[in-house]
Design a protein around this ligand. Structure first.
Ligand SMILES: Nc1ncnc2c1ncn2[C@@H]1O[C@H](COP(=O)(O)OP(=O)(O)OP(=O)(O)O)[C@@H](O)[C@H]1O
Ligand SMILES: [Mg+2]
Length: 248
């Protein structure tokens, strides 16, 4: 499926768009994994002892690259697995935050060279009624944006979960490039990206729509050149079977 214009994306509900992407991704994942298994399998059949040392070296390089590809695919799969549109339930919110943080671990190791320090403060184990997978993806996008913003500068990525006024609050604070007042108006618009071909500009639109589906409110404060703070709040769920706050 190809989206011809910005309008066609606007007309799709963001979560439907996510669902289409996930389904396509699953198919691509399986095809690539099968092809890679063939490449790595055939490589093992080559009698390398009989090859000139130069060829042997090249074969080893192919194998290393193939194994790296496999690792990347496995990481990608853990990103898309668990997608299930129908399952909404009372989830311990901080568990979802940890699961999302787990998925950016590799970026922290890579960014380690540029000194990105993660500072996590969890002060609530309250539940939010939601789909664990969708919520994880929505939070993940905010975290990835924060890391992207600190790509050059490095700095501290602060993640906090606490309760305030009967709501659970998630703060994601970076020390990155920041957002100007003018750009702030555009960041939730579909297709708005400052990342060139690396970004689709759909992340925040999808995240916001998922947060709102679960009664979430999102607020952004930023200073150009200093950093950005995303604050997302949700009603606390007290019943395992009912949407947040409905039993209060
Ligand atoms: N923490 C941040 N610091 C600075 N700019 C940000 C931050 N978060 C979002 N932005 C700005 O908002 C834009 C839109 O973000 P969004 O997540 O929607 O798309 P994207 O990250 O560009 O691409 P993708 O669709 O792959 O997520 C970004 O390109 C960036 O300019
Ligand atoms: Mg993004």
């Amino acid at each position: 499926m190809r989206f011809e214009s910005k309008d066609s994306i606007d007309n799709l509900r963001a979560t439907e768009y996510l669902s289409i992407i996930i389904n396509l991704s699953e198919r691509i994942f399986h095809d690539l994994k099968n092809s890679l298994a063939t490449i790595l399998g055939v490589l093992q059949l080559v009698p390398t002892d009989e090859l000139p040392s130069e060829c042997k070296y090249y074969m080893e390089q192919i194998q290393v690259a193939g194994l790296e590809c496999k690792e990347q695919l496995d990481r990608f799969h853990s990103f898309i697995e668990g997608y299930d549109e129908d399952v909404d339930r009372c989830e311990v919110f901080s568990d979802i935050v940890f699961a999302a943080l787990n998925m950016i671990k590799y970026r922290l190791i890579r960014n380690g060279e540029r000194n990105v320090i993660l500072n996590v403060n969890i002060h609530s184990l309250a539940c939010v009624y939601c789909n664990e997978y969708k919520m994880r993806q929505a939070i993940l996008n905010i975290l990835i944006n924060a890391l992207d913003a600190m790509e050059e500068s490095g700095g501290v990525l602060e993640v906090g979960v606490y309760e305030q006024d009967n709501r659970i609050v998630l703060d994601i604070i970076d020390m990155g490039i920041g957002i100007s007042d003018e750009d702030m108006e555009k960041i939730f618009q579909p297709n708005y990206t400052t990342k060139g071909s690396k970004g689709t500009g759909l992340g925040l639109k999808v995240s916001k729509s998922i947060f709102e589906e679960y009664g979430g409110k999102i607020e952004v404060k930023s200073r150009l050149g200093e950093g950005t703070k995303f604050t997302i709040t949700f009603p606390i769920s007290t019943s395992p079977n009912e949407p947040s706050g409905s039993s209060i």
